[in-house]
Write a protein that binds this ligand. Structure first.
Ligand code: NAG
Length: 215
């Protein structure tokens, strides 16, 4: 009896490890309590008696983000930070604005798959499969087109139209996280030693130092 229970335990464990989104809820909701000092995986719950509609709501996603920056895009994230009621629910959204020829630079979301809908303009999008293939999967999208970026893979978007572009991204985590490749490599604090980056990227150290100065 005991060994089979043990086996079932392992089976359950291996299934729970294979989940590619946030853990499912054990109650109707768990509105994040911003005042709690309790550290848990996610955020501690408010007393349900004190929960109101405003905890499930956000306003302003009709407003364009400011794309006057080096990459020409702006992400307006709406996750459990902006909507405390998203805590434990495993979903979130983001509005992305792109100036003409602006890019959302190569990045990953460590905790979420992403489904992106183009609301205005034309976007060239892509993601890269993991080693050793590193195949670039890419497509040009028009208004109304939808594209999926699998969890964790490096992805980007570029506005290939002559006017502003807007996209709405839905993500399978209340807190998808973002790792922008350039910043996570050349803009760390403290810096990754330049000889490591020089070898990794097969570059001269001066080039590495120049790139580090940019981030
Ligand atoms: C957009 O951002 C730029 C750069 O930070 C700033 O100079 C500009 O005032 C901002 N524009 C608006 C409308 O907020």
């Amino acid at each position: 009896m005991a060994p089979s229970i043990l086996f079932l335990g392992f089976l359950a464990l291996s299934f729970s490890c294979a989940l590619a989104s946030d853990p499912s809820s054990l109650q109707d909701f768990c509105v994040a309590d911003g005042d709690s000092n309790v550290i848990v995986n996610g955020l501690a719950c408010k007393d349900p008696k004190n929960v109101q509609a405003s905890h499930f709501s956000f306003s302003g996603l009709h407003l364009a983000g400011n794309t006057s920056n080096g990459v020409g895009s702006k992400v307006t994230a709406v996750n459990a930070v902006q909507i405390p009621g998203l805590n434990t629910l495993g979903i979130s959204v983001a509005r992305i604005d792109y100036a003409p020829y602006g890019i959302n630079p190569p990045h990953t979301h460590p905790r979420a798959s992403e489904i992106l809908t183009v609301l205005e303009g034309s976007l060239e999008v892509g993601f890269v499969t993991s080693n050793p293939g590193n195949r670039l999967v890419t497509k040009v999208l028009q208004k109304g087109d939808v594209f999926v970026f699998p969890v964790n893979l490096v992805r980007f978007q570029r506005n290939v139209g002559k006017s502003n572009a807007v996209a709405l991204a839905a993500l399978s985590s209340q807190n998808p996280g973002a790792i922008t490749i350039a910043n996570a490599v050349f803009g760390t604090n403290p810096e990754i030693p330049d000889d490591i980056l020089a070898k990794a990227f097969q570059l001269d150290k001066n080039v590495v130092n120049f790139l580090q100065s940019k981030f």
